[in-house]
Design a protein around this ligand. Structure first.
Ligand code: AMP
Length: 216
């Protein structure tokens, strides 16, 4: 099963993609996570990506396409994958199509998570993540026991630099301009299903499972 997730930053793509990955046993591929790992490891890609990410801008398509092409070669992708945060632009969607065509793979479903901006800003500004194990919390609906420390490994929790209020606004504007047109791109291919992203995490998961069960 090959799935693409589209939704604005903070729509809950990462949280839902992890649940789907667990149920259908396919890898969750988050380009944001791969880039953050590259920054931590101070790789060449990480050094290129850093300033774009910290400013709420998109990393250049060419870097992203090289990175995703490599990731999709992984053996764990043999039974499918969930793409979270990719593609984010038209050239990325075209590039993905070429990569998949060469492997004779096709996308089964594009899940579009719909939310409104007020919810997004509230969610993103309350998001905290663990500096050590990467576990994500939300101070509003999934708070840690101690607001500064991770429940699992007791390391310090931080707010992602791109979750600061001014950067959130920029990321939303970038989403509307560069990524939202992809909804039409995939609608034209009859691949989209829309999910209301404003309910509880479990309600949203159930709606997504109802759509994806047919491919299992
Ligand atoms: P995310 O974790 O998906 O919200 O991504 C965090 C940041 O990583 C984004 O704001 C971009 O700067 C960068 N990024 C992630 N995925 C992509 C992509 N497909 N294309 C360009 N930049 C990306």
């Amino acid at each position: 099963m090959n799935i693409i997730f589209i939704g604005s930053p903070g729509a809950g793509k990462g949280t839902q993609a992890k649940r789907i990955s667990g149920k259908y046993k396919i890898p969750h591929i988050s380009t944001g996570d791969i880039l953050r790992e590259n920054i931590i490891n101070d790789t060449e890609l990480g050094r290129v990506a850093k300033s774009y990410m910290h400013n709420g801008l998109l990393v250049p398509d060419s870097n992203i396409l090289i990175m995703i092409k490599e990731r999709l070669k992984g053996k764990d992708c043999n039974n499918g994958f969930i793409l979270d945060g990719f593609p984010r632009t038209n050239p990325q969607a075209d590039g993905l199509e070429l990569i998949l065509k060469s492997e004779n793979i096709h996308i089964n479903q594009v899940v579009v998570l719909q939310t409104n901006d007020d919810i997004i800003v509230e969610r993103l500004s309350s998001r905290r993540s663990c500096t050590h194990c990467g576990k994500i919390y939300n101070l509003l609906f999934n708070p840690p026991n101690n607001s500064d420390l991770c429940d699992v490994c007791h390391s310090k929790l931080i707010q992602r630099r791109d979750d600061l209020p001014e950067t959130i606004q920029k990321r939303l504007a970038v989403y509307k301009k560069q990524t939202e047109p992809l909804v039409q791109y995939y609608q034209d291919k009859n691949l989209t299903k829309f999910v209301d992203g404003s309910g509880t995490v479990s309600q949203i998961t159930n709606s997504i499972f109802q759509i994806l069960d047919q491919y299992d």
